[in-house]
Design a protein around this ligand. Structure first.
Ligand code: NAD
Length: 261
């Protein structure tokens, strides 16, 4: 274990461009369930009910969606960043983060201290709500308060359009700028670290492959097997929080030993 931590830290110190790529597994230690682990979101809900086409299909489907989304948002709104988020934010402060590509919608990287400029939210965010008609953006808490009072799928006050949490559902277009930038950064980094993702959701899951093709080393830190373990230079099967905290300590040690360049 310690040997793995030391290798990751050495690679971080030696790399010019480090990209960290995270999934729901980095947030389970903050009390937000992932999708695929036992007790995760798919044990409770039918993935089909989260499809964009279904959401658009009827008022009833939208009400159902908002009920499920409200339950999920309950675990997100008061969650605090854990040791994994904090270690990644610290890498940014140390100048060791080219960018953070996140599939998460919980906004915890910002609570941990990462800056907006370095975080690419591939699947949007649950912290805001968007009008699908005119694009007006709302604070999630404001819309939730209305929803809990009225028990009706909310509508835009400006244009009457359909409101949806600003997350990307299955079947919904990926955000163009974030996706293009994430591919570009993946292809041009020299170290790509995956933390807490099963790497089965596409196109996000293609990014480690893009990084490898571009010549980067690939590290995967995940509790269970992932779809890209076979192409990784190093797989660490452990908790995201404790592992990232240990990697951070070792990286700081090495950097202090090397001194200023
Ligand atoms: P996933 O559920 O497919 O995989 C999560 C992986 O994390 C699993 O392989 C699991 O073994 C691992 N894991 C769980 N807890 C861990 C821990 N403490 N330490 C290390 N590994 C841990 O999730 P995914 O790969 O992110 O992809 C699915 C989708 O889930 C994404 O689109 C994302 O938007 C969405 N999602 C996000 C949140 C969130 O924002 N927190 C929560 C649930 C789902």
């Amino acid at each position: 274990m310690q040997e793995n931590i030391e290798r990751v830290a050495e690679w971080i110190v030696g790399a010019k461009k480090v990209v960290v790529f995270v999934g729901a597994g980095v947030s389970t230690e903050s009390g937000i369930p992932d999708f695929r682990s036992p007790g995760g979101v798919w044990d409770k809900y039918d993935p089909e009910d989260f499809e964009f086409g279904k959401f658009l299909s009827s008022e009833k489907a939208r009400l159902n969606y908002w009920r499920m989304a409200t339950e999920m948002y309950d675990s997100i709104k008061n969650a605090l960043p854990n040791a994994g988020h904090l270690a990644i934010a610290e890498l940014e402060k140390m100048g060791k983060l080219d960018c953070l590509i996140t599939q998460n919608i919980d906004g915890l990287h910002f609570k941990a201290g990462n800056s907006r400029e370095l975080v690419l939210e591939l699947h949007g965010t649950a912290v805001y709500v968007m009008c699908l008609g005119c694009g007006k953006k709302y604070e999630r808490d404001e819309i939730q308060a209305h929803f809990l009072k009225e028990e009706r799928a909310p509508r835009c006050e400006a244009c009457g359009g359909i409101l949806k949490p600003a997350t990307i559902s299955f079947g919904q277009a990926m955000p163009e700028m974030e996706t293009a930038e994430a591919y570009r950064r993946s292809g041009s980094c020299d170290l790509f670290i995956v933390v807490g993702s099963s790497l089965v959701v596409h196109p996000a899951a293609a990014m480690p492959v893009v990084a490898k093709r571009g010549g980067a080393k690939l590290v995967i830190i995940n509790r269970d097997e992932t779809a890209a373990d076979n192409i990784a230079d190093l797989v660490v099967r452990d908790q995201a929080g404790t592992t990232m905290a240990a990697v951070l300590i070792q990286t700081k040690r090495l950097m202090a030993k090397r001194g200023p360049f």
